[in-house]
Design a binder for this molecule. Structure first.
Ligand code: NAD
Length: 485
């Protein structure tokens, strides 16, 4: 039971100040929202895809007009700089643009080859699931929430949304943004609150569930979903490895590796979480990493013009995880070369060596500003260590020889390989994104692999994708090693 009076507080992680609160949804609120959405969803699904896209475009305008407001709230709520919040807004706008432009084509009826039936015609049609439940995380509270909602809407679904309690102020703002488009508002309901509200949403049996969050939550939700046979898509944690091969541009690898490890205070699912470096370039790489890390300034500002490169961690639980991993590594013999100190919610960007796979820092998702570097003998050793993980979101390979990098990249069991770059693949609206192993069972972004174009109750002649294939992405930086903008 969630009491009527329960509230979620908005706390600025940098200052510790409370700047608002929202009443938590109750079980009754969740069930009512679920019921009401089911009643109105057919009206939304009856509109043409073009019409839905036209209405979603209004949301895009609302978001663009509200850019200042959004960056101010995310900055207070999450602690990231307003510039980083702006980056989230841009990624979101880009996705809305692509999804709206292509949805009519992606969701169109498809003629299917008739095979032996010479005098018949066959078609595959895509139908919405109905009411889609979306449960989201706090780390990218705009870009991990709006695009899945939009893609579900474009496909004709109504959407129940449970934003993270850790970024609750942003959740309230998102609700407000949708309410500014009266044509969309009836088909999207926000349920604010913590894990209990998430559980209530799952119990309300949406027609499809989509979770972005931790593996721990994924397991719990999967068990609940299977009870009701609710289709369940998930995007979970990462432990992304960076491989620096012997023919890498070491300076560029260090510069962008450091950026990939510390950007957003290491709180991105695709952060560089561990680095494997060929012994021939190890010393040069470590020296370059230390030089780059020393440039990182840490602090908080609510100004657009923020001089700091890195902000605070977003909440206490995350601080505790980072500290546990750090202490475990040091106790087992890791050496801190730079960083390691903590003041309040701020942890210095930290580079460690002499690490191995007995340490949590190398095997569990840390989600903080830690860059552990391990020396490896050759490519096979690097590949073996990188694949030694339950997680498989993305990986980063550095080599001046593209074919060499691709050969290594293809042997990594992850959803996306980025060559001579870190993290940029995530922003590409039409590059399939998602993980292997425990990291995920779906692909978001672009066509077909997401709630953007679900197929349910296929017509008897409908084609299904080969169940044994999945798409994967490759991102390649050209020219190799271009400098930070
Ligand atoms: P989390 O699992 O703690 O919470 C995610 C959401 O699930 C929140 O809204 C939370 O309230 C809800 N929730 C928690 N317990 C629940 C339960 N028992 N039943 C139903 N709902 C529940 O994750 P987080 O800390 O918010 O996010 C960080 C995690 O998300 C990291 O592991 C990160 O790697 C992952 N993530 C993955 C991707 C991706 O695309 N693969 C993107 C961003 C973040």
């Amino acid at each position: 039971m969630i009491p009527q009076t329960d509230c979620i507080e908005f706390i600025n992680p940098a200052t510790g100040h409370k700047f608002g609160e929202v009443r938590s949804a109750t079980e009754t609120d969740v069930l009512r929202a679920r019921r009401e959405l089911a009643a109105v969803q057919p009206q939304w699904a009856a509109k043409s895809v073009k019409e839905r896209a036209r209405l979603v475009k209004k949301l895009q305008s609302v978001i663009l007009d509200a850019t200042d407001e959004i960056t101010a709230v995310v900055n207070q709520d999450h602690g990231k700089s307003r510039l980083d919040a702006l980056h989230e807004v841009f990624m979101t706008i880009e996705k809305i643009h692509h999804y709206c432009a292509h949805a009519p084509q992606w969701l169109a009826r498809e003629r299917v080859p008739r095979g032996l039936y010479f005098f018949k015609r066959f078609y595959a049609e895509r139908e919405p699931y109905g009411v889609v439940g979306i449960i989201g995380p706090w780390n990218y509270p705009i870009d991990l929430m709006i695009p899945p909602i939009v893609s579900a809407l474009l496909a004709g679904n109504a959407v129940l949304v449970k934003p993270s309690e850790v970024a609750a102020a942003t959740g309230v703002l998102l609700e407000d943004l949708f309410n500014r488009v009266p044509e969309l508002a009836p088909y999207v309901r926000f349920l604010h609150g913590d894990a209990r509200v998430g559980q209530a949403l799952v119990r309300s049996k949406p027609d499809l569930l989509f979770l972005t969050g931790s593996v721990k939550t994924g397991r719990i939700v999967a068990q609940m979903a299977v009870e009701d046979m609710t289709p369940f898509m998930y995007e979970l944690g990462g432990k992304d490895a960076m491989l620096v091969l012997e023919d890498a541009d070491v300076a560029a690898a260090a510069k962008w590796g450091v950026w990939g490890a510390f950007y957003s205070t290491g709180q991105a699912c695709v952060s560089v979480e561990r680095v494997y470096v060929n012994e021939k370039v190890y010393d040069a790489f470590v020296a370059a990493v230390l030089e780059e890390t020393a440039k990182f300034t840490v602090g908080y500002s609510n100004d657009i013009d923020n001089p700091n490169w890195m902000g605070p961690l977003t909440f206490q639980r995350q601080c505790d995880i980072v500290n546990t991993h750090l202490h475990d590594a040091v106790q087992k013999g890791a050496r801190i070369l730079i960083g390691g100190k903590q003041t309040g919610m701020f942890i210095e960007p930290t580079v460690l060596v002499d690490v191995d796979h007995t340490m949590k820092l190398m095997t569990e998702e840390t989600f903080g500003p830690m860059m552990p570097i391990m020396k490896v003998m050759d490519d096979q050793h690097a590949i073996q260590m990188a694949n030694h993980s339950d997680l498989g979101l993305s990986a980063y390979v550095w080599s001046r020889a593209l074919k060499h990098a691709e050969r290594v990249g293809r042997q990594l069991d992850v959803g996306v390989v980025n060559i001579n770059d870190t993290m940029s693949h995530y922003s590409v609206a039409r590059l399939p994104f998602g993980g292997t192993k425990l990291s995920g069972n779906t692909r978001t972004h672009g066509r077909g692999e997401s709630p953007s174009s679900p197929t349910r109750r296929p017509t008897p002649s409908a084609a299904r994708p080969m169940p044994s294939t999945r798409s994967s992405g490759f991102g390649i930086r050209e020219p190799i090693g271009c400098s930070r903008p």
